[in-house]
Design a protein around this ligand. Structure first.
Ligand code: AN7
Length: 352
């Protein structure tokens, strides 16, 4: 059988209209990587896996929902798509629109999008508009545009984005045989956590795979779901989740509560420390936002609010480290600069 993307594998479980015409980059099928060294750093006696969504075709989890949204739009003859984005949605929309022969417009907050995402959107040929404002301002604008013009909205307000995104939950259940005890993941606009919960519930109803508790994690400077009110000027090093008015915030809170889990916040320092720890204990380099779920897990364990012993825990790492190379110059040890001399080199590399 030729390999297919998430629609080929799970399309029969997704609520997509009959006119849908698959546009795929063979997304999904990402590895669930055991992380025993990191697990030991955090606690005794738990099993930890990384769902490495950074290995999707454009480097983030967004490709699962985007193949569904673009396939639906293509099937009904849409010529142009638009989204607001902190970066990953923009790159994903641009790539799938290119593959469908559609025009793509992306609105991003000026100066707050990581290099690898902006570069992707430009490379795939999108019209990139920097808005002098936040992601939330940009989302407001694209919703207005799509009310006025026949341009398809491909933010996660689009229900087909959620349908496609559910496939990540299906894959985790298929790989483990059941749902894990806990699923930890970052929360920004809250589409992903909403989709995971829908996916786990659907699989459980179909084949009794059980339900995980959800630990959704926001950045402390952009934590509307923890604070209980919108944040007008969200700020965090994890620019992917620099969002003050999550479109699916209510659904996210409900999903976390229904699951017996919760949504918490971690500081930028905790996020960066976890980014480094994951990279240097397991060889998995993710962008800062993607380390938030694990940082939240570590914080809950340290505070005694999550008892890890005997638990099977999956942390979703949503985007690849290459998306945000600049952060490495701020948070990692920098390279040495030496003259081309053996004695100097020996002194450095043989130092105990
Ligand atoms: C790496 O690209 O919102 O809670 O516009 O890029 O579903 O929003 C990105 C979000 C987590 C949060 N990790 O997911 C966008 C955008 C990464 C992300 C999230 C994002 P949601």
């Amino acid at each position: 059988m030729l390999p297919g993307g998430v629609l080929a594998r799970y399309g029969h479980l997704l609520n997509l209209p009959p006119h849908t015409q698959p546009v795929t980059l063979l997304e999904g099928g990402t590895p669930l990587i055991p992380a025993p060294r990191l697990a030991r750093e955090l606690a005794e006696g738990m099993s930890l896996w990384i769902k490495y969504e950074g290995l999707n075709p454009t480097g983030s989890f967004k490709d699962r929902g985007m193949t569904a949204a673009i396939s639906e739009a293509a099937g009904r003859g849409a010529r142009t798509v638009i989204c607001a984005s902190t970066g990953n949605t923009a790159a994903s929309a641009a790539a799938y629109a290119a593959r469908a022969g559609m025009k793509c417009i992306v609105l991003i907050p000026e100066g707050k999008v990581a290099l690898g995402k902006l570069a992707g959107a430009l490379a795939y040929g999108a019209t990139v508009v920097q808005i002098e404002g936040s992601f939330d301002d940009a989302l407001h604008l694209v919703v207005e545009v799509t009310r006025k013009y026949p341009i398809a909205l491909v933010n996660s307000l689009n229900p087909y984005r959620i349908e496609g995104q559910k496939t990540a939950a299906f894959e985790i259940c298929d790989d483990l045989g059941t749902a894990p005890d806990w699923l930890c993941l970052p929360v920004g606009n809250a589409g992903n956590i909403t989709a995971y919960w829908a996916g786990f519930r659907q699989y459980h109803e179909r084949q009794g795979t059980g339900l995980p508790r959800l630990l959704g994690v926001q950045a402390a400077g952009a934590a509307p779901l923890v604070l209980g009110h919108p944040v007008d000027r969200p700020e965090t090093v994890a620019t992917a989740i620099r969002i003050g008015r999550p479109a699916r915030g209510e659904e996210a809170l409900q999903a976390a509560a229904e699951s017996g889990g919760r949504i918490i916040a971690v500081t930028d320092e905790e996020i960066l420390r976890m980014q480094r720890l994951l990279a240097q204990t397991e060889g998995i380099w993710v962008e800062p936002a993607s380390a938030a779920g694990l940082a939240g897990l570590a914080a809950e364990i340290a505070a005694g609010r999550l008892r890890p012993r005997g638990q099977r825990i999956v942390a979703v790492c949503t985007g690849h480290g290459l998306k945000d190379p600049d952060i490495v110059s701020r948070s990692f040890v920098q390279p040495l600069v030496l003259p081309p001399r053996l004695d100097v080199l020996e002194e450095v590399i043989l130092k105990p």
